[in-house]
Write a protein that binds this ligand. Sequence first.
Ligand SMILES: [Zn+2]
Length: 535
Amino acid sequence: MDKVITSTCVFTGLDDRVKPLAIVVRDGRILQVLERNRVEQLEKKGYLIEDWGDRFICPGFIDAHQHVMHAALFPSDIAFEYLGTSEDDYVQYAKAFADKHQELKWVIGHGWRDNLWSDQKPPTKKSLDNSIPDRPCALYSGDSHTLWLNSKALELLEITDETTPPDGGYFDRDSNGELTGVLREAAGMKYITQILSSLDRDLLTNAYKQYFMKLNKMGITSVSDVAISLIPGSDCVLQDIYLDLLSKEQLTVRVHLYPTLSDDLDNLNLMQLQVDGQMISAPGFKQFFDGVSSQHTAWISEDYANARYDGDRGAPTITFERMRELVMLAGLHGHSVRIHAIGDKAVSSCIDIYEEAIERYGRPSQGTYTIEHLEDIDPSQIKRMADLGIAASVQPPHITIDTEQPLRDLGKYRQDRMWPFRTLLNNGVNVAFGTDAPVVPPNSLEVLWCATERSHPTSHDIFRGGYPEECLTRSQAIKCYTYGSAVAEGRRDIGVLAAGMLADIGVWDTNLIDCNSEELLQAKCCCVYLSGSKV
Ligand SMILES: [Zn+2]
């Protein structure tokens, strides 16, 4: 039966205001959006009316960048999430978790950031060996670029002093050349994937299901699950779990899969054959051009402000020539690519490559070329992005992870041009919002807060770069988080409330456009509709 979802406070995403409207839904799609005063008439005609009074209605939020497997696990019954204040504190927490969960073979955790700890030094296996000597322990850093293992884990993974790290990866060693148990970039990614993939499939599927219900409670109806590693096969994008959940009618979030880009396009080709294209789609690939600025692995055009040596300016994870080859191959087949690029040199190189791909093959036939994170961007590159239709996929809560860090590592000149959300929009760049969960929690209200306030949601510490000129309005922020993300995923059927679109809708107890800042973080999602059905 056709239904009508209505309230006095509907934000369609087509303009900047809320209005009294009635959304007519048939077979999961929006048939019409009418004035609310038409409801009585529709009720007489036999439509089912779902009247939300003065509650706020908007398109379902779309998180355009997540690593779902990690986000679903950290935290869950199988693994913990913790930041800690020092190495000792972290080890104590891990030990308490291990004691409480004797049933788990591996002690797995995520969230440590040595740059935020009291002594700002990388941890080592020694502290873990003292507390947890007989079970393997794997602790993944908050930025998901570094893995900290104990000796038992090194042993099980068969990593010895003689093992060579994979390309783009590093092992920390002490002054004697012995492994410290810290694995960086591609090495961390490779081994954490190996560990997580060995977990029981049913436990994992259940963790995904619970996680999606958590996202629904935050008004989220769609995500991109992007490769977490540049190594094919270690991307943690598991289509089987989604297909399983879909067949059991337990998939409550639309997903867009982006496996790792390599010479072999079969991982994507196979996914595209298996998925339905509506609940699950696979529009393209993900790759990595650099790391993160807090570790000096982001690729920038000059030395870091606190350079540790001459020429300390990061480096590409994959050479320019190799990235070019890979993107041309994807472009030739019409597949979109999303590239992690944080430093200005990585960002401009990425634009150069996309430009050539577009000149040769046109824009991707599905999805959109995007740059992920683009934290430090040379302003002269912004217009190029707009002209080429390259989307900026950004994560507003990242600007408040450590509000002092950009100044420390990148200096004032770079800090002041970072995360220029408003400048990107003003220049006509499509901006998509996400969280990069589990790097930060996938909290929708914190996304809106950080984009509009540029301060930490709880401590209110302000990120000073581009502040306050780069603060968005609520309407702009919600549009990035709905329509902007949909465009990045190449979707033309979600992201606004208009005739012909899928009826993915969030209902909130608070007017997210007009409420004051304090009220924003208190807002509660009453319900989400996915294809017009209440989840
Ligand atoms: Zn990411």
